[in-house]
Design a protein around this ligand. Sequence first.
Ligand code: NAP
Ligand code: MG
Length: 404
Amino acid sequence: MEKIQMTTPLVEMDGDEMTRILWQMIKDKLILPFVDLKTEYYDLGLLHRNETKDQVTVDAANAACRLGVAVKCATITPNRQRMEEYPQLTEMWKSPNGTIRSIMDGTVFRTPIVIDAIHPVVKNWKKPITIARHAYGDVYKAVDLRTDEPGTCTMTFKGVSGRETTLDIQKVDGPAVWQGQHNKEKSIRSFARACFQYAVDTKQDLWFSTKDTISKVYDGEFKAIFEQEFERYKAQFEKLGITYFYTLIDDAVARVIRSEGGYIWACKNYDGDVMSDMVSTAFGSLAMMTSVLVSPDGKYEYEAAHGTVTRHYYKYLKGEKTSTNPMATIFAWSGALKKRGELDGLPSLVSFGEKLEQASLDTLESGVMTKDLVGLVAPGFKAAAVTSEEFIDAIAGRLSAALN
Ligand code: NAP
Ligand code: MG
């Protein structure tokens, strides 16, 4: 069989631990036999980030901006414990995802991978719900303060013009805690555009929620910017028959639970953090969640939503065969290949990505799955746990049949 050709390389960002092992397995068994794979390779493994003083992460993110489509393996974000585990680390390097997000200025879209054999905890959910999480600012870039005597806290803004604005936050009669948060108009606007663009790309309704009744200025700004940006997309939405609507976050939560799914729910940074865990757990597991970072000018970085699965990696190092779920990492590859095919006008590459996804889903539906999923299978469906390698081999068998 002739291999499927590519024109533009993907930006390949390799990673750490168990997901790095799965990464290689997926390439060797599911991609390289069928596709004449072209990638620009960046090793984001922790030790290589350390050797390059994290320059490799910056280079990889810039490459994603230049080439337009990247695929990323999960990576370790070092903490104190990791500093002890890897004594050669010269610094507690920042989260690669954080670095890439700030360079690409993106919004993260997370969608559960839904199969018949696993029923969502919420009975009426029929279609996946995509969470679009704003990835900049608010509590994630806040400054905190604890005080232990009566007094007053104020907030001052000093403009470059020399003009100052001061507000009293509160006068307190005893110990207190304080927090200063911000967001930037530019970032909120990018967030809004990425959401509208993604709704158009995937032909789904867009919901957006904040708490603007309480946070009138701060959340009110988010609401107003979304309304302004929607004007640019209104005609496209009408043409596609999709809708945009805004509601309060508490109303949104109630509506989401009663809905059938099949839409995008745009959330502020903290709401998206919390709600994506709720949605993924209610649909099945984090190992069955795809994740893509989309920049406002249409650059894409595909990844798995879970981490490097450390506990499994230590078993693997002892020579054990693990049953780690590779679905999210496979879908990162298929998503990136499909997008590359779409942008370069290569229908056979798009079709390969679709067939890879279908073969993976069919393997699960046939009852062959990793350990984490077996316990979630609904009554009446059969399921047997296999190792990661056996699971990937089963997919490869189906894929090869589908392509011939
Ligand atoms: P994790 O790697 O997602 O794993 C947590 C637990 O969830 C695992 O121990 C496993 O449970 C289960 N799990 C996650 N993915 C699975 C899969 N594909 N198949 C089967 N089970 C799966 O999170 P973590 O242990 O908190 O973090 C480990 C490292 O990953 C950290 O160094 C962190 O910095 C990094 N991380 C990276 C990213 C990223 O790059 N996107 C995201 C999050 C965390 P059992 O052990 O019970 O089987
Ligand atoms: Mg979280």
